[in-house]
Design a binder for this molecule. Structure first.
Ligand SMILES: Nc1ncnc2c1ncn2[C@@H]1O[C@H](COP(=O)(O)OP(=O)(O)OP(=O)(O)O)[C@@H](O)[C@H]1O
Length: 266
């Protein structure tokens, strides 16, 4: 989006960052300092500083175009950054040793359409030295056991994205970055996936999950709330409700945005 209003928004000095959630320890899984990213000649991430602790589920929330995917790309090391630092598991984002330790599932499923579900997941298993049994477990975890022998080209959109997720899960990464993993899933499957994410976090896996649906925020231990390339707040769902005096997380986020806008206008 271009235009005078947006250009003004991109150059206005951001109000102070609100970070009310308990700060994770120094050995945070993700440690970002003063990150600036430009795309198409525009600052799409504007001086972001945040830390994400190990074994947590962090929800990355904000309206379409606010920079969620760009931030995830910076974390997995596929985004050129203009300035600032992104450290993952103690190493610079994108460095070679992180390749097997960081899983990234994009919004566009990246699977081989001419292979079955099993063969896709087994292929990724072999890349990471995992067994056929691990592949079967990953397929089970995403609820696709009944489709194991089906060619992926014959799957529905939601099923296809779950194959991508299984391919990431089979590597048993320390950090799993998921871009809108529940889009197109029915409520039962959504609940099951969030249950699975909770199990992974309990095992020490760190999950960063983006969504633009605020009711997903309920499943997260902590939230990163973004708007127009800025991090508005890092806090828990309970803190968001408390700060805004709103019981619905959707209303709470809107209230936070309004408070931020009036702060910026002053
Ligand atoms: N390749 C590109 N070239 C120029 N600008 C881009 C490019 N990709 C993204 N942008 C812009 O960067 C901004 C952030 O995009 P990003 O995809 O990170 O947003 P998002 O929050 O993930 O959106 P959504 O929820 O719709 O996926 C948007 O304004 C977008 O138009």
């Amino acid at each position: 989006m271009t235009g005078p209003a947006h250009e003004r928004a991109a150059t206005a000095a951001p109000p102070p960052l609100r970070q009310t959630a308990p700060q994770p320890p120094a050995d945070a899984t993700i440690d970002i300092r003063n990150l600036v990213v430009r795309r198409g000649g525009r600052e799409v991430l504007r001086d972001l500083t945040l830390r994400v602790g190990r074994g947590t589920i962090t929800g990355l929330l904000g309206p379409s175009g606010c920079g969620k995917t760009t931030l995830m790309r910076a974390i997995v090391g596929t985004q050129i950054v203009a300035s600032g630092s992104v450290t993952v598991l103690g190493l610079p984002a994108g460095s070679r040793p992180l390749r097997s330790r960081v899983g990234y599932v994009t919004q566009n499923p990246t699977v081989y359409l001419d292979l079955s579900v099993r063969d896709n997941v087994r292929y990724f298993a072999s890349l990471y030295g995992r067994s056929g049994q691990a592949a079967a477990e990953a397929i089970e975890a995403v609820g696709l056991t009944a489709h194991t022998d089906q060619l992926t080209r014959d799957l529905s959109g939601g099923e296809l994205s779950r194959v991508s997720l299984a391919c990431a899960l089979v590597a048993k990464p320390d950090l799993l970055v998921l871009d809108e993993p529940t889009v197109g899933l029915d409520p039962v499957l959504r609940a099951e996936l969030w249950g699975r994410f909770a199990d992974l976090a309990a095992d020490g896996v760190t999950l960063l999950v983006s969504s633009h649906v605020m009711d997903e925020a309920e499943h997260c231990g902590e939230l990163l709330l973004m708007r127009e390339g800025l991090l508005l707040a890092q806090l828990t769902p309970a803190q968001l409700r408390e700060e805004t005096h709103e019981s619905s997380l959707e209303h709470a986020f809107l209230s936070l945005i309004r408070a931020h806008e009036s702060e910026a206008a002053r």
